[in-house]
Design a protein around this ligand. Structure first.
Ligand SMILES: Cc1cc2nc3c(=O)[nH]c(=O)nc-3n(C[C@H](O)[C@H](O)[C@H](O)COP(=O)(O)O)c2cc1C
Length: 343
């Protein structure tokens, strides 16, 4: 309700400005103790996935709070889990602006942010300062200027630094905005990365006396053979989970629209079907052994249900929040409640 009044004003602003404006407003409301105005009040049944008890199955996707600066305020919107990042070892500016575009006719966003972030050390400081006690995912990546042959080292640096503070950690190898990053999805490269992450996780689990699951985030632009090969590696390395999916490089759905030919990753409604198709194929190969977190084009409760029906155990939202506002969180939680806990 509140958001439908605000949206026309926000959509007048340059998208990245509107992004910061909205996050600061949510934080101010929270600091003033007014977040209950937007906070959903719904009973949910907790679900245990990857050994973690999630209060509900609707999470915030990575990229909205890259540095973990708004965790408490975002948590007040009712999410069952929050994923911050993508963070890289060293701070980096990302691509030149403008680098985020709205395509309202398609209920879509194109972004080529390029992992703009304040670096892993700052993120850890921000997490330490937050009061959030819920489920926190921390999404890690590589610096743009780290050569591809040293990519694994960047993931390991971030893994070690965030390990004590995360409920789970996401290795993001699917952003289209860091040159050659998606190469890591090729099975020849991926085996090495997954094995290094699992080996380090074992050491860290002993050192910190806690096991933090690691999940892999993949793209929607993979063919059936690639999906099968990734699933086999996830099973082989007993990976803890997989997020399907990131944004797409396809432009089929937005041809001819304003901003439709901007470079970057396309998200929102046009990526929905492709993401769901990846979830279905993963589910077929993984047979329930590796949980799937579904993201991509959820703009209604029904879309959230579709991800669960395809085989996801949890869902995440991003672009839908820009088009629908915080009401989408409540709607999605309710829709998944209606499915019961068997799904
Ligand atoms: C502006 C923007 C920035 C994003 N940044 C990241 C990121 O840093 N790391 C990441 O793993 N995904 C990032 N994503 C991808 C989302 O987390 C999500 O996987 C994708 O947008 C599909 O979901 P959606 O259609 O609900 O937005 C970003 C998406 C958008 C729109």
């Amino acid at each position: 309700m509140l958001y439908s009044l605000l949206r026309p004003l926000l959509f007048q602003m340059e998208p990245e400005r509107a992004h910061h404006f909205t996050l600061n407003m949510i934080r101010r409301l929270h600091t003033l103790g007014l977040s209950r105005l937007i906070q959903p009040n719904i009973n949910t049944t907790p679900t245990t996935i990857m050994g973690i008890e999630f209060p509900n199955r609707v999470g915030l996707a990575a990229g909205l709070d890259k540095n973990g600066e708004y965790i408490d305020a975002l948590a007040a919107l009712g999410f069952g889990f929050i994923e911050i990042g993508t963070i890289t070892p060293r701070p980096q500016a990302g691509n030149p602006q403008p680098r985020m575009f709205r395509l309202p006719q398609a209920q879509a966003i194109i972004n080529r942010m390029g992992f703009n972030n304040h670096g892993v050390e700052q993120l850890v400081e921000n997490v330490k300062k937050s009061h959030y006690k819920g489920i926190l995912g921390i999404n890690i990546g590589k610096n743009a200027d780290t050569p591809m042959e040293k990519a694994t080292e960047d993931y390991l640096i971030c893994l070690r630094k965030v390990y004590p503070y995360a409920s789970y950690i996401t290795a993001n190898i699917s952003s289209p905005n860091t040159k050659n990053l998606r190469q890591l999805q090729d099975s020849t490269e991926l085996g090495g990365l997954l094995s290094a992450l699992k080996e380090e996780q074992k050491k860290l689990a002993e050192q910190h006396r806690k096991y933090v699951p690691i999940v892999l985030k993949i793209a929607p632009d993979l063919n059936s053979e690639q999906i099968k090969a990734i699933a086999e590696l996830l099973l082989h390395y007993t990976f803890d989970g997989v997020i399907a999916t990131n944004t797409t490089v396809s432009r089929d759905a937005v041809q001819g629209l304003k901003h439709g030919d901007e470079a970057g990753g396309l998200s929102g409604a046009p990526v929905r079907e492709a993401s769901t198709a990846v979830i279905m194929q993963l589910a077929e190969h993984l047979k329930g052994e590796v949980p799937i977190i579904g993201a991509g084009g959820i703009l209604s409760g029904e879309h959230a249900q579709q991800k669960i029906a395809a085989g996801a155990s949890l869902v995440q939202l991003y672009s839908g929040l820009i088009y629908r506002g915080p009401a989408l969180v409540k709607e999605s939680i309710k829709a998944l409640n209606a499915l019961g806990t068997s799904n």
